[in-house]
Design a protein around this ligand. Sequence first.
Ligand code: GLU
Length: 453
Amino acid sequence: MSSHRSAIEDVYAQVLARNPGEAEFHQAVHEVFDSLDRVLEKHPGYVQASILERICEPERQIIFRVPWVDDAGRVQINRGFRVQYNSALGPYKGGLRFHPTVTLGTVKFLGFEQIFKNALTGMPIGGGKGGSDFDPKGRSDAEVMRFCQSFMTELSRHVGEYRDVPAGDIGVGGREIGYLFGQYKRMTNQYESGVLTGKGLTWGGSLVRTEATGYGAVFFTEHMLATKGRSFDGARVLVSGSGNVATYAIEKVHALGGIVVGASDSAGAVHDPDGIDLDLLRDIKERRRERISVYADERGDRAKFMPGASVWDIESDDPIQVALPCATQNEISEAQAAKLVAGGLIALAEGANMPTTPGAIRVLREAGVLFGPGKAANAGGVATSALEMQQNASRDSWSFEHTEARLAEIMAGIHERTATTADEYGAPGDYVVGANIAGFIRVADAMLALGVI
Ligand code: GLU
């Protein structure tokens, strides 16, 4: 074993010992560390300055009680988190996730990924993440509002335009950002637009922010496909999820001539061999906030609902060329990846954060499938958040066309940086290695420059 490998393994052993039981966080660290041997060989200064140890330890971790009153008058208690992971490149930046499974370990895995993702965008944003084990599902608007107001009452002490700028993630969309921003504005008596991103268009939001993660993932995939002389035109595609990321990924795939034949939510998947009717899906999920099974009922024809199943279980007669997991972490198993490979998969890009299990990534790599890791493929969301911050800072608002063109440019830049770095470090075509190394070096160099802090 090289001395660099053993240095990496020592730090990894410390991470396991110091953060017991946080399996997703361990997985996220492992994936980055796996790419770093060659970096430490070229830059021994990172080892001397203990950059690996430092980068794994969040600068600050905040855990707080969130008390609120439900519609029946009962007091409910949730737990709130904000992990301010790394601010070497700019204010902490990253979303808030509201989901019953959220623990400190979840927020740390997401925050750790966010550091490198944000670095890859080339923009001046550090990494952070937050959330709560609150479940918005089945809650009334008034309950969601009271929860958000209580959550922000504590969070307000820790955020700010130059300090920490949260946004949405699973369970946090325009409605939640509205209630959070309203409470912050009320508490501070200031219209500080730059404190949150993902705001509504009439109160400081940016055009394209809602679409950005899904569009960006499709732009990134287009670049990957082009390296093999392929495109979305005529391609059959599976997209998991039916939230914000999935919706706009589907829209862009269709605009580029592909056909999305599957989508899902936590209750099951729909297989629609004729192509997902996006207007119907959006009406059901966004406006009516109903389950995806309703889609199959109302769509008729050949659309089929598969209760409890995942999109990755769909049996398709036609080959599926592209997979875009846009639901949640560890949603694709090794066996499901093998099935996708056998079904003719050419490319997979992660719209969600860490949706592909390590075993599944191994299968895809061995089969030579183009694999776009979330840090690169879904960075369009946070990059457009940074564009929202720019517009807020200059009291300006840009057109849809201009903002989408900036997003497309940013995604092309990320693809280029990732591919070039992979080449430079002896792993051509390996976007995991390219993204991890390019993101890591940008943060590590800034940390070295800023001294031991
Ligand atoms: N939650 C998104 C992500 O995973 C967006 C974060 C942001 O816009 O700050 O990158």
